[in-house]
Write a protein that binds this ligand. Sequence first.
Ligand code: HAM
Length: 414
Amino acid sequence: MQDTLPDDWPYWDLVMNTATRLARDYGFDRIDIPILEYTELFERGVGTASDVFVQKEMYTIAEPNGKDLSLRPEFTAGVTRAFLENGMGSWSQPVKLFMFGPIFRRERPQAGRYRQHSQFNAEIMGEMDPASDIEVMMLAMNLYRELGYRGLAFQLNSTGCRACRPAYVAKLSAYLRQFEDQLGDVDKERLAKNPLRVLDSKAPGMDELLADAPHLVDHLCDDCADHFGELRQLLDALDQRYTVNFRLVRGLDYYEKTVFEVWAEGIGAQAALCGGGRYDLSPEIGGHSVPSVGFGSGVERIILGLKEAGIEPPAAVEPPVLIAHFGGVTKVAATQLAFRLRHAGIGTWVAFASGRRSMKSQMREADKRAVRYVLVLGESEIEKGVIAVRPMQGGEQTIVDSTQIVTWLKEAGC
Ligand code: HAM
C-alpha cells in the first residue's frame, strides 16, 4: 500500500481526467459504491474458485451478527449488487457506468502489484450484443492511446458459457493429467480446483507442455461461436490489432464468452494494462439475468507505464502570485489581500507561518513555486495604501494602489 504524494498527482489527474472525459463521451455515467460489502457477495459474485479466494486475498472484518464484511477485491460484484438494489433493470437499457476507487487484495508484493491499488472500471449492463463488448474494449484502448502509449494490442479469447465450457474443461483436464507430475504445486492445485487457470501458468516449461492443449475457441457452442465471430468482425472493421490467445483465462470465475486484455510494449512483466470481459453474475446474487461486459484498469499501473515511456503529464497549475509580509499587522493585511485576490479568481500563496518569516525565505519560496509576481506588504506600504509588486521573471518593481491591485494583476494576465 502506498501514499500518493503531491508530485504524483499530475499523473493521477491526467489519467483520471482523460478516462472521465472519454467515458462521458461514450455515454457512461459515474457511480460510486461502498468500499466494504458483505463477504458473501464476493463469495457468490467473484467465486470461491477465483484467485482472490484460492489465494486468500480478501481483507475480511468479522461482524458481531456473523455477516462478515470484506474490503472489495474488485468492482464488478458490487456494481451488480448496486444495479439490482437500485432497480436499474427498469432504467433505459443498457446501463453504462464507470467508477474509480481503491481495490484491496492481499497479493504477494511485487513490481506493479500492490495490496491497495486504484481502478478505473467501466461496465455496460443489460446488453448481450457484441457491439457493447467493442464499446468497452475501445474505451480502454483509446484511453491508453490518448495518454500516449505505443505498441498497444488486444489479447482476446472466449471462455465459452455454462453450456459449452464443462465439456472443454473435461478435455483440458484429461490433457493436463498426462503431465501432472511435471506441474508445480500451484498448477497441481489449479488442476484440481480450476483447471482453466493452468492455462495462465507462468511456470517454466509450460509453453511446451501446453503446445498441444485443446483451445476453448475450437469447442464453443453455436451461440458463443457466433458472438466471438461477430466480435472479431467488428474488431477487423475498426482495424484493431488483436491476438486470439487461448491461454487468456482470467483470475475471476464469472466470465462467459469474451475475455480480453490490452497489452502494451515496453512496460515490463506487467504487460496487461487492463482486464475484462463478459459476465452475468446477477443470478448468482439473487437477481434476474443481466448480461454485461466491462473492464478494470489499475491507475498505478497505467502511471508506471507512462513514467517508463517518459511521457510527462502537464505541470500542475501553480498560483501566479505570492504575498510577502513581515508579520504583525502586515500579516493581517496580507491575509485579507490573499482572500481578496482568491475571491477575484487569482491563485495566491501567502506564508501563514506563525511568527516572522524572513523576506529572503519568502523570496526563495516564490522562486521554488515559480510565481510571476511577489506582492510585498510592509508597514510603510500599508500606511500609504499601496503594494510593491516585484515581477519574478525580470523587470522593475512597480508600486500599485491597493484598490487597483486586482485590475492590475488581471491586466498582467494573472
Ligand atoms: P482484474 O484483471 O483482476 O479484473 O483487474 C483489472 C486490472 O486492475 C488489472 O489489469 C490491473 O491493471 C489492475 N490490478 C489488478 N490487481 C492489481 C494489483 N494488485 N496491483 C495493481 N494493479 C492491479 C477485475 O478486477 C475485473 N473486476 C475487471 C472487470 C470489470 N471485468 C468485468 N468488468
